[in-house]
Ligand binder design. Sequence first.
Ligand code: BTN
Length: 323
Amino acid sequence: MKTDIRKALLELFSSTETEFVSGQAIADHLNCSRTAVWKHMNALKEEGFLVEAVRNKGYRLEQNTDQISENELYLGLKTEVIGQKIVYVEETSSTQLIAQQLLHQDTPEGTLVVTNFQSAGRGRLSRAWLSEPGDNIAMSLILKPKLSMQQFPQLTFLASVSIVAAIKEVVGIEAQIKWPNDIFIAGKKVCGVLTEMVSDPEEVKAVIIGMGINVNQAVFAEDIATIATSLRLESGEKQQRSALIQAILVHFEAFYQQYLTEGFSPIKKYWEAHALQFNKNIKARTLKGVLEGEFKGITDDGVLLLQDAAGEIHHVYSADIEI
Ligand code: BTN
């Protein structure tokens, strides 16, 4: 359905709240026939809106059904590059794979792949990322900046700060980041970020930033219920996924522009200001054993700095952090 017609329809139903609107009133509003109204309402239904049609009363549209669609995401999106191309798929094994395929078709920088259900999501360190269908956000963003190999990991940190800023704006909760890039609320994980580079022997061609956010999931499997949470559980309210995605894209674009002009320093500052256990004691479980000490921040490569009791600074490249 053309975006302007859809917008007019949604505006009409927003202003009438839960009232029924007669077919004639809609036809007058859109300046079209009753048959065209019927077609438009059917198109909305196909897009996932709950449309109630009652004889002699008209139509009622259930709002906040929390559907995601390309239209839903484009509508009112205030970015110039990030998310200006959106590929929505109802179901996929992993949005990372779709993003990789799109790169073969020379998709532009800022392309976003979003799904309603991801059946084989991938996490860091080859772990699985599980997500309930219809409740959460699983998306992958494609970037093609001209950066050195060493700078690329910085983009993961950029993604984390964008998500934290968006959660603050949309949900009103100050989330924290657990190194390297898990987003936490009240001591539980609400989001994970996975960055994958696509390169040939000469250069990095693109980077795909995968973001998985538990938004409206109300129940978690017993084995992860103590460590995972959702925005709904933490805020006590259902959240609109499309609003959150749009906010992430807007914040990402702002941070990205700042990053390209001013470098990593402002991102690092924001990241450290939201880092869980910053300047506090942590345990880093590495392949070589457990390191204990004060978390002193990150280097420009995203390496964790840990100061042990003797004052020695350790560079931690890969570890599970215990808090
Ligand atoms: C982690 O916490 O280990 C990172 C999880 C990243 C999950 C996201 S969901 C969208 C994208 N597609 C995937 O298969 N993984 C990422």
